[in-house]
Design a protein around this ligand. Structure first.
Ligand code: SF4
Length: 334
């Protein structure tokens, strides 16, 4: 998926004032960042770099990104890009995934503190211990891990998955018993749509976990015609209120092709910004929360990553190779 076409400051202003964005997206605020955007463009050329950005990033990051996408798209692109340096504007596990897929490339993240509550909820040693216990009961047990995990967890995983292909991966894997980690909400969603035995790891995304069904019901009561699109990292009682349960890229495709003109977007808030750019003729309402980790990535940090070559992702060859196997098996199955 390619980045949204570049818009001038006035046009960006027209888009983001609808979302009541802070002062940064005022006309003068957009004009202020034009110089930084141009500097990053020059540095990309000089450093033979490409910028991959996740859908939850700040709108101004979309302006400097070569590609914007969800975890699966970024995983594939990390493997295929020709540039020698990748700047990953997203959280740490995404930059690790780019390194896993392209170990010969230099992979930079503008702020190494940009972690993820979901990835941090699963430790590789704990996972191995739990897997070995469960294999005493279910000898055929396989581990399926969401891509929101560390490289060390991926290295002890049979097959990775994303929110868009989790069900397909689970249904395709040659085992009836699956330890699904780390997101218990995504595990519950998969379990309700498959005949396989899903044993959930007890992790969650702190952003999606905060969203409550009452908020959605209030909007539905006022706007019965609105389409409610929900990310599967949300709680089960939130998913029950959805018209469609979709990954971030699934939401974009759904909104663009739907006959409806208004949507309640139930995921991290950054996706609403992306949707505004992708489908400017439609209206997007937010029942969302901001991810503090995703918002650690800034234009200044992206410029400094290129300027100073930091923060570089370093992984051992052993972890890289084992983790790559679990991602490649996902790409084959999906
Ligand atoms: S939104 Fe949730 S899953 Fe995504 S990076 Fe933030 S904490 Fe992790």
């Amino acid at each position: 998926m390619s980045a949204p076409s570049s818009r001038d400051a006035a046009e960006l202003y027209e888009h983001f004032k609808v979302l009541d964005q802070p002062e940064m997206y005022s006309e003068s605020g957009c004009a202020d960042i034009e110089g930084l955007v141009a500097e990053i463009g020059r540095l990309k050329e000089e450093c033979d770099a490409t910028i991959l950005a996740h859908n939850y990033q700040r709108p101004e990051i979309f302006e400097v990104a070569d590609v914007v996408g969800d975890s699966l798209e970024l995983a594939k692109l990390g493997r295929d890009v020709s540039q020698s340096t990748i700047v990953l504007c997203g959280v740490h596990f995404m930059a690790e995934t780019a390194k896993i897929m392209s170990p010969e490339k230099r992979v930079l993240i503008p702020d190494a503190r940009a972690g993820c509550s979901l990835a941090e909820s699963c430790d590789a040693d704990d996972l191995v211990e739990r897997r070995d216990e469960l294999r005493q009961i279910y000898p055929d047990l396989k581990v399926v891990s969401y891509v929101n995990t560390t490289a060390a967890v991926k290295a002890v995983t049979d097959v990775c998955c994303t929110s868009s292909n989790a069900l397909k991966v689970v249904d395709s894997i040659d085992s009836n018993n699956i330890l699904f980690c780390p997101d218990r909400n995504l595990a519950a969603y998969v379990a309700s749509n498959t005949d396989k035995n899903i044993i959930a790891w007890d992790g969650d995304c702190y952003v999606h976990q905060q969203i409550r069904p009452e908020e959605l019901r209030k909007v539905r009561a006022i706007r019965p015609d609105i389409k409610i699109i929900v990310h599967p990292e949300c709680r089960t009682d939130v998913i029950d209120e959805a018209d469609a349960v979709l990954s971030t890229s699934g939401m974009i495709n759904y909104a663009k092709s739907s006959d409806s003109d208004s949507f309640l977007v139930v995921t991290e808030c950054g996706l609403s910004d992306r949707l505004m750019l992708e489908a400017p003729d439609k209206r997007f309402y937010k029942a969302c929360q901001l991810c503090k980790y995703m918002k650690m990535i800034t234009l200044e940090g992206t410029r400094d990553a290129l300027l100073h070559g930091r923060d570089e992702i370093i992984l051992s060859a052993e972890v890289c190779e084992a983790a790559r196997g679990s991602i490649e098996r996902m790409l084959e199955l999906s």
